[in-house]
Ligand binder design. Structure first.
Ligand SMILES: Cc1cc2nc3c(=O)[nH]c(=O)nc-3n(C[C@H](O)[C@H](O)[C@H](O)COP(=O)(O)OP(=O)(O)OC[C@H]3O[C@@H](n4cnc5c(N)ncnc54)[C@H](O)[C@@H]3O)c2cc1C
Ligand code: FES
Length: 222
């Protein structure tokens, strides 16, 4: 398992992917870790860093897909090549890769960890759902995926009898779990520290309280 490090890294570029932004930084001595692990990214002008899944790990780089929904993600999406930011990670527990017949399922910005995961699993089948054709431009990051757009849902087209690894909005994760009770699901909660100290990310999962940053973000539902 890779040891987390905190380093100030240089931005190499920010590309638009539909409404999302792909932020690329030089890797420095930070390791990319396992697919589904996350990094705390300094958000310019904000006190707290923001958790982001690793989307791609090309040689010498780390890339993060951002949905600019609030002040932190908007500030990150406005960074320019040459800007520097603190990055801390890899953190948390990623997806288990030792599963036969994997199927990747992603919804909206939840597709962020899937390109790196797809690479590690040698490009298994994937189903991605988006709320509009504009958002679906992000499917270019997973070229072989089947793509559906609202009102069609990923669960409408999800094949059965596969080991599902999923990331997306909470209602999607619940719907996926109803069809695939053994699925590995990547959950989200607001996070302040990312390493178990603040208890800010505690969520109740099946009656148990869990610090998602250290026990997740990927949890097996059974
Ligand atoms: C492990 C993990 C991995 C993540 N990976 C990505 C990623 O790859 N790309 C990406 O764009 N986002 C990702 N996120 C979500 C991202 O961290 C938050 O959306 C971000 O903190 C928002 O910051 P902001 O300042 O832009 O908006 P804020 O003002 O902080 O938030 C905007 C709105 O979103 C709500 N919110 C904020 N964070 C969360 C959260 N984690 N879960 C649910 N609601 C929240 C707030 O309550 C508010 O209503 C991830 C979150 C976690 C926990
Ligand atoms: S984010 Fe601080 S304990 Fe999880």
């Amino acid at each position: 398992m890779s040891r987390p490090r905190r380093e100030r890294l240089s931005v190499t570029g920010v590309e638009s992917v539909g409404p999302y932004a792909l932020l690329r930084v030089r890797r420095g001595r930070i390791e990319p870790g396992a697919p589904g692990q996350f990094f705390m990214l300094e958000a310019p002008g904000r006190v707290l860093p923001r958790p982001m899944s690793l989307c791609l790990a090309p040689p010498g780089e780390l890339a993060f897909l951002l949905d600019p929904i609030g002040p932190g993600t908007k500030a990150l999406a406005r960074l320019d090549a040459g800007d520097r930011l603190h990055v801390f990670g890899p953190l948390g527990n990623g997806f288990r890769l030792d599963v036969p017949r994997p199927l990747l399922v992603g919804g909206g910005i939840g597709i962020a960890p899937l390109p790196y995961l797809a690479e590690a699993l040698e490009h298994p089948p994937a189903v991605l759902g988006f709320r509009s054709a504009h958002h679906a431009q992000a499917a270019a990051l997973l070229p072989c995926a089947e793509v559906v757009i609202d009102p069609t849902l990923v669960t409408d087209v999800m094949p059965v009898n596969r080991n599902v690894l999923a990331c997306g909005p909470e209602p999607m994760l619940h719907a996926v779990r109803a069809l695939a009770p053994d699925a590995q699901l990547a959950w989200e909660a607001p996070m302040a520290c990312g390493y178990g100290a603040c208890f800010g990310c505690v969520v109740e999962v099946e009656g148990e309280l869990k610090r998602l940053c250290v026990e997740g973000p990927v949890l097996c539902s059974s």
